[in-house]
Design a protein around this ligand. Structure first.
Ligand code: AMP
Ligand code: ZN
Ligand code: FE
Ligand code: FE
Length: 284
């Protein structure tokens, strides 16, 4: 069984439509794939409708979270799986974050314009194509002007990594974990020790999150070094958290391939048993 629990479609900043994503997952030899777009469940329906025979779809999302218990506050990503997409308090938080992403994109365009870079909001919105707008869409505008060679380069400090990086209103991570639980889902902390991205989370925070109902942590991820992965595994063992691995596939917005990292079948089965929001869907 090959299980990839973290992928993005055009419902956020991936480049495969939900239908293309499920087809690509089957072609990559996956048995289980999760769709985890940023702050939205908009891709779920199309993914279910297009599900190839024999492929199991786990419906999820990657929530933009923030830890407010430190100065400066720290952004983080929380994978949420198999939750009820109609649970109003969670729906409201996701809508609020998406709106904040819109405002951030507009302000970032203003900042670029002030430096003589003539990107426009409609162009950036066009790249998002109705999905959750994110920095990879701003990156595409910079690539188009040949200011950078590719999306990855656009995340360097002199571009969207720092110079043109603006904050958005994320969800308090403790609130996020509570809402996901109330919606019948389980939450997994995405790439928690990505030292190279400069946002490794302290062990003490992860312990507090475990106490607040966090279900698992992602260890095998392209942003983690071997040492990062070992630390996550050891910590998960200490805290009684499950360990996942996944590609964080974004189509051509990133170089990583579907199934590059995978999750052990017993962990997936435990997840499917634990969640009560929605069930995994098996392609007929
Ligand atoms: P946002 O959530 O809009 O702030 O954008 C963060 C997203 O940008 C992440 O989920 C990744 O998909 C993408 N990203 C971050 N760093 C890089 C990078 N170095 N190269 C390509 N994509 C990146
Ligand atoms: Zn992304
Ligand atoms: Fe992430
Ligand atoms: Fe992701």
């Amino acid at each position: 069984m090959r299980i990839d629990l973290h992928t993005h479609s055009t419902a956020s900043d991936g480049t495969d439509s939900p239908a293309e994503l499920t087809a690509a997952a089957a072609a990559a030899g996956l048995d289980v794939v999760a769709i985890t777009d940023h702050d939205t469940t908009a891709g779920w329906e199309a993914a279910v409708a297009a599900l190839p025979a024999g492929l199991t779809l786990v419906r999820g999302a990657e929530l933009s979270g923030r830890w407010y218990g430190t100065e400066p506050t720290m952004g983080l990503h929380l994978l949420a799986y198999l939750f009820d997409p109609a649970y109003e308090p969670l729906v409201a938080e996701l809508a609020r974050v998406r709106l904040s992403r819109e405002r951030r994109a507009e302000k970032t365009v203003e900042l670029l314009n002030a430096d003589g870079i003539d990107v426009t909001v409609p162009e950036v919105r066009g790249y998002a194509a109705g999905g959750t707008i994110g920095r990879p869409h701003l990156a595409r505008a910079l690539v188009r002007r040949r200011l950078v060679g590719n999306v990855d380069e656009a995340f360097r400090p002199e571009w969207l990594g720092r110079r043109y990086r603006l904050p958005k209103d994320d969800i308090d991570v403790f609130t996020a974990i509570r809402l996901v639980r109330e919606a019948g889902g389980v939450s997994v902390l995405a790439h928690p020790k990505a030292e190279i991205r400069g946002h490794a989370l302290p062990d003490a925070l992860i312990a507090d999150l475990a106490g607040a109902g966090l279900w698992g942590v992602e260890a095998d991820h392209t942003d983690h070094t071997e040492a990062d992965r070992a630390r996550v595994r050891a910590l998960a063992g200490d805290l009684g958290l499950r360990v996942t691995g996944s590609s964080d596939y974004h189509g051509t917005n990133k170089t990583v391939r579907l199934g590059a990292f995978t999750t052990d079948p017993p962990v997936y089965r435990e997840m499917a048993d634990a969640a009560t929001g929605v069930a995994p869907v098996i392609g007929a």
